[in-house]
Design a binder for this molecule. Structure first.
Ligand code: HEC
Length: 163
């Protein structure tokens, strides 16, 4: 190759690299098929949610921070999973909806007290018995009982809230 052709070659390589970077950037912006982007629940009613929470017997395995349920047949055992309270992480309604309608996908599955031998959540499947309205009401009720706490130590300076 002639010495004079070298700069042209460098420019061509740079342009190709630039096009590749731009394409990658746009490709990463397209949500995947299973993305939660665009998932927006209708507003719920927290008071009705609290009632449904007791009616559907969620109180058998869950306590909710700051809430006392009347006539609760609560089994106080190792299995009790407290909901609500102070968290260092946002509990989005996407996460709550997933925990309720697809518990085996839930974030707590890493804890082996809460899963059976095949790794599925011990939480029952409510998809055939719960209406969407009941679910949105329960989520609104639960969200009211989560407090986001900003920890004092934030080494990576990531800022809060985390998602
Ligand atoms: C038989 C016990 C049981 C019943 C009844 C039950 N759950 Fe659960 N639930 C669990 C267990 C065990 C977990 C933890 C494992 C997991 O995340 O799936 C859990 C997890 C959850 C979580 C996620 C908690 C977190 O911090 O990530 C939510 C929210 C929840 N349940 C809501 C409900 C609601 C609403 C009902 C009633 C409609 C209900 N549960 C009924 C056992 C139960």
């Amino acid at each position: 190759m002639k010495e004079s052709q070298k700069p042209t070659l460098v420019i061509i390589v740079l342009v190709i690299a630039l096009i590749a970077c731009i394409s990658l950037f746009f490709a990463s912006k397209i949500p995947s098929e299973n993305s939660p982007v665009g998932f927006i629940l209708p507003p719920g009613d927290a008071t009705a949610g609290q009632r449904t929470f007791a009616q559907l017997n969620c109180i058998q395995c869950h306590s909710v921070a700051g809430v006392t349920f009347q006539d609760s047949e609560t089994v106080t055992s190792d299995l009790m999973v407290p909901l609500g309270g102070a968290l260092h992480k946002v509990k989005t309604y996407g996460q709550l909806a997933t925990a309720i309608i697809h518990p085996s996908e839930s974030i707590l599955k890493a804890d082996d007290r809460y899963v059976d031998t095949s790794g599925n959540s011990l939480m029952p499947d409510y998809t055939a018995v719960m209406t969407v309205q009941q679910m949105t009401n329960i989520i609104t009720f639960l969200q009211e009982h989560y407090d986001i706490v900003k920890p004092a130590y934030d080494p990576q300076g990531m800022g809060y809230p985390y998602y």
